[in-house]
Design a protein around this ligand. Structure first.
Ligand SMILES: [Fe+2]
Length: 381
């Protein structure tokens, strides 16, 4: 399977109007596969292991999840939207991220995918039952493509506030009183993963799951070596979908960076953030508005130091848009908001990080001294 440019009269490049990002140069990565095995419909859920499910459940409720199912060994979390759960935490020795699960667009796609990858379709342990193909991505994450037998019904929503603007008065004779309560999570939005084999991983997700790139980032001065970060969405044709459901970036480590959950609006982010702060949880970075994807964001650390994001008002793209290209920089992460924190960037040195760097520079992967320097420059620019 190979990549091919999708340029043509029908495709739009909105990036130029939105920011200063131009499109691809001749010969650069086209950001989609010509002939993917399947096209997944969406990110379904994320799988974790943790030693203490009770503590995980307390944080989950404070962060705004609802409990879809709970046993001695498993905690399934969900949002208010109908569909599948958005996270499962299984009891394990250590706290660790296992991998993502994606929704197959239709049941027959599982057979198609199993055939294309030489794997099989098996039953999975999800509330209501389902089937899945389990693959291994080039970074080593197990990736499930699932088809669930049952859809969870929708739960009551947190209502968006009715906002008055200077010229438009939609609310009169009523006070504005956003409740101080956990922001109610609606759904899982995206997951961000770090990998030492960025290009291999990127091509795998495009070729195997039919995902397409919304934005590429490259290291300043090293564009000719290709991108080092990609924001990737599902290809649902003319149906607009989240700007990214998966983001991958090159780094010395291999692992989970953060995952993001949609809430209804800015007040839900802010009031829910106050609720978390009052309970002693640590904000990593926020509140602000991103550039790639435009989401209002607020990043938090759970008790195991996993980063989770509340977001609202993200961009929705159909398959018609070509990737934007921009240099990677810390200041390019937000349109407004407080300065990006060292915690968010993972910039604080630790023995584990140093070991990652040493291992990455020695092994068969895409990190070398020039790129490492480029990444460090990007983090401080
Ligand atoms: Fe995010």
């Amino acid at each position: 399977m190979s990549h091919t440019p999708v340029g043509g009269a029908g495709l739009r490049t909105p990036h130029q109007d939105l920011h200063s990002e131009p499109g691809a140069l001749r010969g650069e990565h086209p950001g989609r596969s010509r002939n993917p095995a399947v096209k997944v419909a969406d990110l379904a859920w994320l799988e974790f292991e943790k030693p203490d499910l009770d503590r995980a459940e307390v944080f989950a409720r404070d962060f705004g999840f609802q409990i879809a199912a709970r046993t001695e060994r498993q905690l399934w979390l969900r949002g208010t939207f109908a569909g599948s759960p958005c996270m499962v935490i299984r009891r394990g020795q250590a706290s660790r991220f296992i991998g993502p699960a994606f929704h197959a667009a239709e049941r027959a796609d599982l057979d198609r995918l199993a055939h294309a990858t030489g794997s099989d379709v098996r039953d999975i342990d999800v509330p209501g039952g389902g089937r899945a193909v389990v693959l291994l991505d080039p970074s080593g994450f197990p990736v499930r493509v699932v088809h669930c037998a049952e859809h969870l019904p929708a739960l009551p929503e947190q209502q968006p506030l009715i906002l008055n603007t200077g010229t438009e008065h939609r609310r009169t004779n009523t006070a504005q009183r956003p409740p101080r309560e956990p922001s109610r999570i609606q759904r899982l939005g995206h997951v961000v993963l770090e990998t030492r084999v960025f290009t291999r991983a990127l091509d795998w997700y495009l070729d195997t799951l039919g995902m397409i790139v919304s934005d590429f980032l490259f290291l300043d001065g090293q564009r000719e070596r290709g991108p080092t970060m990609a924001f990737i969405r599902c290809d649902q044709g003319s149906t607009p979908v989240d700007h990214h459901t998966l983001a991958l970036h090159l780094g010395p480590g291999t692992g989970y960076v953060h995952s993001a959950y949609q809430v209804t609006d800015l007040d839900a982010i802010a009031a829910g953030g106050e609720y978390l702060a009052e309970r002693g949880y640590r904000r990593s970075w926020g509140i602000g508005r991103h550039i790639q994807g435009s989401q209002l964001f607020d990043y938090w650390r759970d008790p195991d130091r996993f980063m989770l994001e509340h977001f609202a008002d993200g961009d929705l793209f159909s398959c018609d848009l070509e990737p934007g290209w921009a240099p990677m920089s810390a200041s390019g992460l937000a349109q407004w908001g407080p300065p990006v924190t060292r915690d968010f960037l993972g910039a604080d040195p630790s023995p584990a990080k140093l070991r990652d760097v040493m291992r990455a520079l020695r092994g068969d992967n895409e990190l070398d001294p020039a790129r490492l320097l480029g990444l460090m420059k990007a983090m401080s620019s």
